[in-house]
Design a protein around this ligand. Sequence first.
Ligand SMILES: Cc1ncc(C[n+]2csc(CCOP(=O)(O)OP(=O)(O)O)c2C)c(N)n1
Ligand SMILES: [Mg+2]
Length: 886
Amino acid sequence: MDLQPDIDPQETQEWLDALDSVIVNEGGERAHFLLERLIEKARRSGAYLPYSATTAYINTIPTGKEERSPGNNAIEHRIRSYVRWNAMAMVLRANRNTNVGGHIASFASAATLYDVGYNHFWHAPCESHGGDLVYIQGHSSPGVYAYAFLFGQLSQEQLDNFRQETGGNGLSSYPHPWLMPNFWKFPTVSMGLGPLMAIYQARFMKYLDSRGLAHTDGRKIWAFMGDGEMDEPESLGAISLASRENLDNLIFVVNCNLQRLDGPVRGNGKIIQELEGAFRGAGWNVIKVIWGSYWDPLLAKDTKGLLQKRMMECVDGEYQNFKARDGAYVREHFFGKYPELLEMVANMSDDDIWRLNRGGHDPYKVYAAYASAVKHTGQPTVILAKTIKGYGMGEAGEAQNITHQQKKMGTTSLKAFRNRFGLEIPDEKIDEVPYLTLAEDSAEFAYMQERRKALGGTFHSRKTSAQALQIPPLSAFESLLKASGEGHESSTTMAFVRILNILVKDKQIGQHIVPIVADESRTFGMEGMFRQLGIWSSVGQLYTPQDADQLMYYKEDKHGQILQEGINEAGAMSSWIAAATSYSTHGIQMIPFFIFYSMFGFQRIGDLAWAAGDMRCRGFLLGGTAGRTTLNGEGLQHEDGHSHIVASTIPNCVSYDPAFAYELAVIIQDGLRRMYLEQEDVYYYITVMNENYSHPKMPNGVEKNILKGMYLFNEGNKSNNELRVQLLGAGTILREVIAAAEILKREYNVNADIWSVTSFNELRREALSVTRWNMLHPDQPAKLSHVENCLKEREGPVVAATDYMKIYADQIREFVPGKYRVLGTDGFGRSDTREKLRHFFEVDRFYITVAALKALSENGKISNQQIVNAIEKYGIDPERPNPAIS
Ligand SMILES: Cc1ncc(C[n+]2csc(CCOP(=O)(O)OP(=O)(O)O)c2C)c(N)n1
Ligand SMILES: [Mg+2]
């Protein structure tokens, strides 16, 4: 907002003098109060004063209010310079012989931001402190490795194996707990996920605390991110939740180096001002760290505000350009705009002007910002630190548009880098780009050790397990293992809610259960849990709920157990991730169950689900109202026929599509055992449906095969001279398979063995691993996969039908002996009754019957005329359009 020109400077000065006197005599807070009153008065009197969420383009913390670092700045500078060099060296060395990539410029701009944290702020978990959690910006990883190397945590061999992991002892390109489980905690390199997950992590810490499960007081979440990264909707999408929930345990540090990959972030504007407005408007505490200490004397001289004006009017594209040039250029193009400013710097050399530093490179300014952030209460804090991308790279990339991708530096640039940071590397060695180490008896090494000791020890480490939980036996779910009985029809979603009810009441693990919903509790029939468990709220319930007089009223509670995330799948998933990694970050295993509309699961938040695998999450995801034809009325955007296919792409996600209540009970009980007793790093995706039907009693001895993915549900009549087929069904479509078996028997004298396939995904994984073993062990007796074991002695062609795309059942084709036909629901969903949808998508009992007859005819057992007759009899139009593309 541009103000009018000053029409009466004398009057202005009187007001400013009055304000000065208040600040000096009564303090800044009083001045703030008076200004607020003046603004309010002006507004009430009719003046138009638009709201402005931004402040001048200067540091938020005035020089006089900066808390001084107690550290030894000379030593810290040397350590930081070593880290800078080594971070650059590892990338250059890795790319000499291989072409594995890596980034220099990002960490070069962020080195001070990390260094001040390591030396003064970030606690490792120890007796007196639960430990801070730091989300490192993904492609700044070389700097983290370089620090850990200097500290003595990583070896030179590991550094030389940067991005070369397959031989072991390598370092992953970015933070990946899957690849470095003792080192990295948070996968952040998919931009936007770090900020989002950090917010929910901070909130989950408060949840654990208020439920009395962990003491998280004093622990902070620090999340580092790039200014370009802030364009991801995920980065800013949850910031209002952070302020609404008063997450004063959360600190964002946005490294505003003004550049992203291709060029400037806001060449024509100012990213720091834009972010200041967004965060302040959302209710955050904003600390801008724009200018370094060398600017302080100039700003002190700027009594007329002309320097500030110039600072404000200059756009980021220019600021970037200045730092790719030199002092003379800055004099001419920055100060040169106004003669008074040129005068201001007249007695400074070009080198002096070049030395005018940016806030994010000034350890004093960074320290002051961090010190202020950790003390701030009632709000989350964002630190907007202005830096230079590729700082120190000189002509090889500093502040240049190409810098992000630069992985090579010539001798001249290396020498300039060395000289700039005062490193002692002889000229003849420079081209080797040797790693710099600290002698164990050096002051720097001792300083690093002392600093970390004072902050609880080695910073980069990750816990891989916590105390095992005592898991209820399958008999705890006895009511689900019995037949539901005629007239007691229910859905697998209802079965799930019953299981959840049993679990929350369990004496051993009940408190560890975290039910998570994204505003769909009523959809899944879980509203009874509101009253019983309470919805967690940091402030309790400040109102009388509308349904207070009802048994199952909407109860919010400080000690509530349910996380009701609103219409926010990404946020709910982030909460789930925080809970699912609680064993590692908080030393207590939590058991999250996130139930969501399956269509808005993997498809919507697939990248978080992938990160959850990387992060070694343990927990349950429930895709509710699943199945393309089972969710009948909701149509194209809701009917999911592919979430299992996406789930199968995540290596440690175990997925099931159960049909009956007892299958669900067996799967969840075993999941609990694997994840919380054995502490396997897997997570579960289970689809549950909303179709009501009666559930049979669990056949004897099928538990193991339910878990393997396939078991014999019903064996057809054994008769040598009759025809036979093998029918495979999954989820609700198993019931169509059962009906088809009856038709086949009744009308065509075909006997069918019926198999319930709880997971085609698990079947394929197991079969592939058997095939692999057989290939690598040709001299040993071949093993058989579970699919082969089930079907090898069975007679007749095999027909499978599911409520998912055909490729779901198709994936075991290689292991099915003989002829194999699959039916599935390829295509866009649409609204109608289940019956009509199943007919439309060609997965109902009649199509299964026709598919079986066709398979038998190809084996020469049934005449084509019989199939033609069947098609006609079931009202199938052979010329109808293919539903997969209609
Ligand atoms: C979701 C996603 N999209 C794209 C990328 C590729 N990428 C890696 S770094 C980068 C630029 C980052 O710029 P910025 O956030 O400003 O970080 P800086 O390197 O400048 O610190 C991009 C586009 C990614 N990692 N994640
Ligand atoms: Mg950037």
